[in-house]
Ligand binder design. Sequence first.
Ligand SMILES: CC(C)(COP(=O)(O)OP(=O)(O)OC[C@H]1O[C@@H](n2cnc3c(N)ncnc32)[C@H](O)[C@@H]1OP(=O)(O)O)[C@@H](O)C(=O)NCCC(=O)NCCS
Length: 300
Amino acid sequence: MSASPRIRRLDERLGLSVLRAGLSPVTLVTYARDHVAVRTPSRPDFHFGNTLDLTGVPEPDQLAGFLDRYEQTIGQLGAGHVQLRWETPLDAGAPPAAPTPDTEVVGRARELGLEVSPLTVLLLDQLVPPAGGAAVELAPVPAPDATAGGAVDRRWHATTVLYRYLAGDTPDDWRGNDDGFVAWSVEQQRTLASSGRCQVWVALRHGMPVARLGLLHDRQGLAVVEDVVVHPAHRRRGIASALTHRAVAHHLEVDPSARVGLAADPGGGADRLYRRLGFRPHATIWTAFAAAPAASPAAS
Ligand SMILES: CC(C)(COP(=O)(O)OP(=O)(O)OC[C@H]1O[C@@H](n2cnc3c(N)ncnc32)[C@H](O)[C@@H]1OP(=O)(O)O)[C@@H](O)C(=O)NCCC(=O)NCCS
């Protein structure tokens, strides 16, 4: 007689899929036996859109081979950086702290010129309303309409400006910003919004946009909340909590069975905030990254 059937959790290993759920239509995703290749030929500097996502945790001696594969499938298309990602599962009760890296993998990656860093992906368990109501108006940004420069375009522009606060709070922090890349990325969101795959939300205080986020989905039940940004002068008033709650609640009204995920630096303020709203740790994404091409595997 065969052994009793194993019960598998259906939400296993969704971490990297969450990060890919909002990719633009100009990004190509191809699935191979041991990796997923993500390529954006028209935007080789887009890190999330030019990455080799491994389907398992690599052994140290496999990294050089994956770098070769990266070069063949992605680097050849012009990407200056190198990026490999993989995920390790996190218990839903894991504390909001940086997990312990595998020192052998990190050591080998470093020999190859790659720095490895962790990111926590959290999945919604049960949506919990924020404790206090923030005194803001929460508004969906409509999909672009045909009136260039009209009210809808102005709203999109305002949400774009808020992106600078991802880099820091002062003009000195923004000098290194690539405004062209932000504009391109918002253009992708506009395209996705037009096809019903992206909803951008803003929080307004006294009529002025002070916070933004995007909720994007893959049409197959997986959604991701991205780019939650609150203007520094308006932080710690519950605005991000209220905005995230509203965006997710709205999405669940439209698609009650959706899985909703997001990413945060382990143990940071956003990690704490999302847990209070009912998100639970799901996976650590390990990103091995080099801004310039890493050492040639052959030479190492
Ligand atoms: C992370 C970020 C989005 C949080 O926005 P926010 O509007 O300040 O978030 P909230 O006000 O909902 O919660 C932040 C803190 O303020 C506290 N808070 C909320 N309302 C408050 C109030 N009325 N009075 C005092 N504190 C309050 C919360 O308890 C929370 O405390 P904690 O940090 O100890 O956990 C914001 O700091 C930001 O834009 N950072 C830069 C971009 C970024 O890192 N985004 C996250 C990407 S994943």
